[in-house]
Design a binder for this molecule. Structure first.
Ligand code: ATP
Length: 365
């Protein structure tokens, strides 16, 4: 069995003059849960439709299981798609909805029943086989839509925002179910979503897209901890961006000059040169906050003043002013007893912000 299940090689898709997908190259591994993540209009659905064969690339090639797809029509590709709008046939029973694809393929009646019930077992709804779609909840209907795709035993399942019509609580429950199902059936899932939390929770790897381009591909932890550029750092989670200029760089750290004589150190994501404009990107939870007198100022111990402190139960969220020029958000977990210990800072308190060099990233794009 080939290790790479689906491969996009320099794929570009244009609609007229408009470039919807630009020179995208991806290798999706066999059995992987792979997400295409990005804001509306970034080209993720177009990528999925190209793999499915609903669109053909303007340039480049797509391989599935080592075979170049060329102009192979959708129905001849070893993939199935689950759409956001799951469109079950309302007049047909759940059984018949799931059986529909197999009937089209003229699968023998005895085999058909086994396979439909198997697919319904996979989504844990065999008891609903005789019902009509309107007698099912939204989550159950979505599971039937999955069963309808799984019954064809595709090698690759393409999922286009399949959970976005569900309410938040159900969506969260379905995220875990879908991930568990994928583990059980072991087939490759390619999942399109604009929801970063959903992608992080479910995926083995994520491709982050914007404006038709793949910005970064990696495991959720890599994407979150080591974003390659500002777009990725901003799209996934919350990040403080502090603009400055490279003052010095060596193997262990890169130091930026900020406004009003402040210097701050981090780890460069790409090679940088002194004098180059650069941004320090640092997540709110990677910063610790101490009383101003608790340490000596250096490039990872920066003086600041508390502007706002919001207690939100699990954490306290501070906005602090650095160098009288930058607002920085810091999140501190409220471990221990905060009621009596008087450990929380208040507006106007002078403080010292500290971080590990590796968790402050120096970005140039
Ligand atoms: P969404 O989350 O809103 O579905 P997306 O990232 O999936 O967004 P795509 O559907 O891939 O985005 O669309 C990418 C761009 O290509 C959009 O600007 C869209 O308007 C354009 N586009 C998609 N299909 C066509 C088409 N058939 N003809 C012309 N333009 C298209």
């Amino acid at each position: 069995m080939p290790d790479v299940d689906v491969e996009l090689m320099n794929v570009t898709k244009m609609f007229g003059d408009f470039v919807a997908v630009e020179n995208v190259s991806l290798k999706i591994q066999d059995g992987e849960f792979f997400s295409l993540l990005g804001p509306s209009g970034c080209g993720k659905t177009t990528c999925l439709r190209l793999i499915a064969g609903f669109e053909l690339p303007t340039r480049g090639q797509i391989k599935i299981r080592g075979e170049v797809m060329g102009e192979t029509p959708a129905y001849k590709r070893p993939v199935n798609t689950v759409f956001q709008n799951y469109a079950l046939f309302p007049h047909m029973s759940i059984f018949d909805n799931v059986a529909f694809g197999l009937e089209m393929k003229k699968v023998a009646k005895s085999d058909l029943k086994t396979r439909v019930m198997e697919a319904l077992e996979m989504v844990r709804l065999p008891q609903l086989a005789d019902r009509k779609p309107r007698q099912l909840s939204g989550g159950q209907q979505q599971r039937i839509a999955l069963a309808r795709a799984l019954v064809n035993r595709p090698q690759v399942l393409l999922l286009d925002e399949p959970l976005s019509a569900l309410d938040l609580k159900l969506r969260k429950a379905m995220q875990f179910e879908l991930k568990e199902l994928q583990r059980q059936v072991g087939i490759t899932f390619i999942f399109v979503t604009h929801d970063q939390e959903e992608a992080i929770t479910m995926s083995d790897r994520i491709a982050v897209m914007s404006d038709g381009l793949v910005q970064q591909v990696g495991e959720p932890i890599e994407i979150y901890e080591r974003p390659l550029n500002r777009f990725v750092a901003d799209f996934i989670g919350e990040t403080n961006f502090i603009d400055g200029e490279v003052a010095e760089c060596n193997a262990s750290q890169t130091v930026l000059s900020l406004k009003n004589g402040i210097k701050a150190g981090g780890r460069a994501q790409v090679e940088v040169q002194p004098g180059q404009p650069a941004t320090l990107a640092i997540r709110p939870e990677k910063i610790s906050i101490q009383p101003a007198h608790a340490g000596t100022v250096d490039v990872t111990h920066i003086p600041a003043v508390v502007e706002e402190a919001i207690y939100i139960g699990t954490d306290t969220r501070y906005t602090v002013r650095v160098a009288d020029a930058y607002d920085v958000v810091v999140r501190v977990q409220n471990a221990g007893d905060n009621l009596h210990a008087n450990r929380l800072f208040k507006r106007h308190d002078p403080v010292l912000l500290t971080w590990a060099t590796d968790s402050a990233l120096v970005l140039t794009s």
